[in-house]
Write a protein that binds this ligand. Sequence first.
Ligand SMILES: [Zn+2]
Length: 284
Amino acid sequence: MSVPLSETAHGWRPPRFMVIAAHPDDADFGPAATAAAWIDAGSVGWLVCCTSGDAGAEDPDLDPGELGMVRETEQRAAASVVGYAGVSFLHQPDGALDNDLALRELLVREIRTFRPDAILATDPEVLFYRDGGVNHSDHRAAGMAAVDAVYPAARNPMAFPWLAKSGLAAHIVRRLYLFWPNDPNVWVDVSATVDRKIEALRAHASQIHEPAKLETRIRNWAAETGAKIGATGAEAFRLVVIEDDEDEGPTGGGTTEAAAAEATDATEATEDAPAPEAAVAGSD
Ligand SMILES: [Zn+2]
């Protein structure tokens, strides 16, 4: 189902959601304020990091294992700021993430264990950001792996059949929210949680060298995105609806989307996709 471009605040909220990211800090540069807003409203969130960011520095003498442990600790601290119920690390190689069957099985295990209604992942179709910059290969691989794990593997009991036989029943994820998109179609009002996003980002001390600059950048980014919907802060997503939801979720909303469905004067959004980590040295 295609989702029309909406320029009102997105009203639906998943009861349970999972963020799938390539590296520690991706989820915090990405949808942290949305995650915090949804959690504050009663959703339960889980974070999955495919790698531990063990290549996220510029010193070839650094021990990758030690760096990975530091970054896991940072990510766990950031996740508790946002309010996730937990974090899983899949310990895939940083800089060499591959959307292979092994990763897909790991993600299907996570999805069938936590059973989210929605998955948030990097938009795998972005190779070049419209405002400049190349999307890290790990971000593309993690995004594509998330999509492939959601559909059809997680919902098909015959995919990795040993999982269903061992009690991990097939599970239908209803929606994908792809972050860092070139072409967003929904905007979540995060006016109340931008501060939490900044606080979560500060937990990534090994990556954040100029916290004050970062804060300004995040606030400007949220404000520019928020201008789309008349909010002081927003995060933009490309929403893909896999299962049409009759119940419209716990907010009972849907009016904004219904209204958007009738809007025919959709304008192209082109300025919402800054290269997410460009200003942060060594963030991967
Ligand atoms: Zn990253």
